[in-house]
Every structure is written in structure tokens, then in C-alpha cells.
Design a protein around this ligand. Sequence first.
Ligand code: PRP
Length: 183
Amino acid sequence: MDAEHIDGELSRVLVTEAEIQDRLAALAKEIAADYLGRDLLLVGVLRGAVMVMADLARELDRHVEMDWMAISSYGSGTTSSGVVRILKDLDTDITGRHVLVVEDIIDTGLTLTWLVSNLTTRGPASVEVCTLLRKPDAQQMSVAVKYVGFDIPAEFVVGYGLDYAERYRNLRCVGTLAPQVYT
Ligand code: PRP
């Protein structure tokens, strides 16, 4: 879906469809070079990462495997608590595997900190992270994020996998919602 089909619901487009696709293509080149000669398992975090995973994986001109985790954070609804429950675990044994976690956004970084530590206990050859968007708070966290699409301001954003009340995930761009949508 393009932004004009929800005319008035976005107050601002932060990242356009073209910017997203260009950046993912550049990240895919970096990833392909970094993992040259090594197998690669992409692990997507449901549900937001579906769009990034689909487009990033198709930009990679090499074999990759894809698997998914669904996790739920016990929080107040809009903020992460860092206490995480696995709703769907990987189907893949990652022992000795090179794992690249694919995320749509890192906000507080709590989800990712928990996820990377959980995956690390399973004995992978390596665990790295690729996220399309990163908010300022996440830059303070201890887990290194190797591949970042865009650093964005601390605003609530929707689109390209990110939702508000389950809507807007199918928007091609990333933007901020107009205030009247919340009311
Ligand atoms: C989002 C996003 C990350 C997490 C980041 O998922 O996909 O997994 O929040 O937040 P944090 O850095 O503050 O921990 P969400 O819980 O909204 O689920 P969804 O992907 O199913 O929409």
C-alpha cells in the first residue's frame, strides 16, 4: 500500500520506499561480502520483520536459509520490559551456524539483548544483527548491531512491517501517524 491510499493518516514520511530498497540493497552487498564462503541463516523476528526479511533476502545474490521466531515482551503494551517469552521457537538447530538476526526496528534494545543472549547459549558459530530502523535509546545498549538501515528519531513510526493496532504493516514507506489517528 502506498501512502496516498491513507491520505491524512500519516503526518510525515520518514523513509520512502525507494530509500528503503536502496539501503537494503547496499546492506545486502555488505552482508554478502562479510559472509563470503560461509553459510548463512537469517532469523526473522515476527511479525514486524516480515517485509525486511523478504526484501533483504531477495537482494542477497547467494544461498541463504530463513527461519523465524515469535517472541512476546511482557510490558505495558507500548514499552518493552526486557522480559521475553518465546511464542514460536526456531525450527533450525543453530549449533555451529552463522546466524543473522533480521529486525524491523530496535527501540529500547531490550528485545534484542534478550534474543542475542538466548541464541548465543545455543552454540552458534556467530550471531550478528541487521535492523532496518534504530531509535536513539538502542545506541546505548551493549549488544552490537552490525547492520543498520536508518537511525531515526524517538518517534512512534508505522509502515513496512511496523503497526499501530495491527494496521499499517503493509505500507511501503515508514512514517509517523497523524495525531487524529490515535483519538
Ligand atoms: C517490535 C520490533 C522488535 C521490538 C523492538 O516488535 O519488531 O522486535 O518491538 O522493541 P525494543 O527494542 O524496545 O525491545 P513488537 O513487539 O512490536 O511486535 P511485532 O513485530 O509483532 O509488531
